[in-house]
Design a protein around this ligand. Structure first.
Ligand code: FAD
Ligand code: E0Q
Length: 456
């Protein structure tokens, strides 16, 4: 539909600012309400340097908004996972075939600021210190709380980009059964920092996502452009009888040091403020949020984490949220009504969200076990070989998710078929020498149709 009236976006985080930019560029009057202050004036809330992995889906969405160059300027390239085993050599597992297949570490704060600037440049109006408090759908009025007062705002439609704890979602749920379920992960996370080296450079290889897999728990580290790394420790929240460490047991600075001395000895000297970081930074929790319904007629729609929060182990939550923004803007342009646009958006994206949520959960198991599993490594090797033999049909799981834009649901379905082929072809083998290539090739050709846009 042609732009008529105005669209009200709730939340000026990652999705809200990108969606505001895309819609304002297409001629819509856009107002954005954000609970927090303007990070360009007061610094980013929390102040800590937290980073995220940006991949092709997110980058493509930024290109649509013309915001890619500003973001990539300060991004750090990551070629693969740098694996730090407890015993044994540190080694790089490349993500792709060469430097055209990489991901980017970006600062959440800098990204948010670049997108706030883009939204304003496109003509969107931003209101800070305005948290959505209540919605009267029958009158089409929302109230936003801030500066010690309630501010009422008449809306045509509310676009919910207010994150996993969405207030808009809670208000919508008073009018319709959204089918909401939250599955909490038994594991949480803690962020720590590796500062620059004394000479001002990076202390460890900058162009990688570092990972210290330890069976059922792990650390990762992503580089920041200011030569630091943000380390994230993922482990159980409570004792689960496995004998593994948990956040209840590792409750203070001394216990944290002891854990790192035993399990992450090569990381310990890199984190001089371990004790302070451990006690000052909150323990984060992780969950998957499932909804059966994302919209209320043509009055409200949810996207990003508000619609489908996921665990972070595929590094796709933001990428998926950005992909949502482009899809919603396209449906709004194409459909005759907002209700039609919201329904078409949900029909397209709900299966994709379910697929990436499932793949993100599966990737946790893969990440924390990674090194000591020879079957896993042999399957990865065969994946590469089958891609070389059948480039249009067999694309490794990670590449479909990270370097392509085929729907997540398609990537998920093809990955399951491919896993079957990999398991079957490597059964009982310790190297690729014994692979029955004729059988593997036949399975690929029988089970996997060619992909239109397989990577060249
Ligand atoms: P958010 O970014 O959470 O933005 C929501 C905004 O709404 C905020 O600005 C908030 O202040 C505002 N808000 C909230 N309530 C209200 C209200 N009532 N009224 C007005 N405004 C409100 N994703 C990746 O792609 N790659 C990664 O490497 C990655 N790593 C991650 C690591 C961790 C530890 C975690 C927890 C997540 C990670 N993610 C990653 C996921 C990513 O952070 C989220 O998917 C992404 O931030 C979702 O964007 P969003 O705009 O939907 O929500
Ligand atoms: C990526 C990039 C938090 C987080 C973010 C990520 C990834 C991982 C493990 C984690 C997945 C991978 N990954 O390396 O397979 O690709 O974003 Cl834990």
């Amino acid at each position: 539909m042609k732009p008529t009236g105005s669209l009200t976006i709730v939340g000026a985080g990652l999705a809200g600012t990108l969606l505001a930019t895309l819609l304002a560029q297409r001629g819509w009057r856009v107002e954005v309400f954000e609970r927090r202050g303007d990070p360009r004036l007061h610094g980013y809330a929390g102040g800590r340097s937290i980073n995220l992995a940006l991949a092709e889906r997110g980058l493509h969405a930024l290109r649509q908004a013309g915001a890619d160059a500003a973001v990539l300027e300060r991004a750090v390239m990551m070629r693969g996972r740098m694996v730090h085993p407890l015993h044994g050599q540190v080694h790089l597992q490349r993500y792709g075939r060469d430097d055209s297949e990489v991901i980017w570490s970006v600062s959440r704060g800098e990204l948010n600021i670049a997108l706030l600037d883009a939204a304003e440049a496109a003509g969107a109006t931003l209101h800070f210190d305005r948290g959505l408090a209540d919605v009267d759908f029958s009158r089409g009025v929302a109230s936003f709380r801030g500066d010690g007062a309630d501010h009422v705002h008449a809306f045509d439609a509310l676009l919910g980009c207010d994150g996993a704890g969405s207030t808009l979602r809670a208000r919508m749920a008073l009018h319709a059964d959204l089918g909401e379920r939250t599955e909490w992960l038994a594991h949480g996370y803690k962020e720590l920092e590796i500062p620059p080296a004394p000479d001002g450079g990076f202390r460890i290889e900058p162009n990688a996502l570092h990972i210290w897999p330890r069976g059922r728990y792990m650390c990762i580290a992503l580089p920041n452009d200011e030569r630091t790394f943000t380390v994230t420790l993922f482990m159980a929240l409570h004792a689960d009888g496995s004998g593994d460490p948990d956040f209840d047991a590792v409750a203070d600075a001394a216990a944290a040091r002891a854990l790192f001395e035993r399990d992450f000895p090569d990381a310990l000297p890199l984190i001089p403020a371990l004790e302070r970081d451990f006690e000052a930074n909150p323990t984060g929790t992780l969950a998957t949020l499932y909804l059966d319904r994302w919209h209320l007629g043509g009055q409200a729609v949810l996207l990003g984490d508000a619609a489908h929060a996921m665990v972070p182990f595929h590094g796709q939550g933001m990428n998926c949220a950005f992909e949502d923004c482009v899809a919603l803007a396209d449906h709004i342009a194409a459909a005759p009504t907002l209700e039609g646009a919201f329904a078409a958006f949900q029909a397209q994206r709900l299966p994709d969200a379910r697929a990436i949520q499932a793949m993100a959960l599966e990737n946790y198991i893969e990440m924390r076990d990674l090194v000591d599993d020879p079957d896993f490594l042999l399957q990865r090797e065969l994946e590469q070989a089958l891609q070389a033999r059948h480039p249009a049909r067999f694309v490794p799981h990670y590449a479909m998710v990270t370097f392509m834009r085929i729907p997540y649901a398609v990537a998920h379905a093809r990955s399951e078929v491919q896993r079957g082929i990999l398991v079957e072809a490597t059964r009982g083998l310790r190297s690729l020498d014994g692979v029955d290539w004729a059988a593997a090739d036949a399975a690929v050709e029988r089970l996997l149709a060619p992909l239109a846009d397989a990577p060249a």
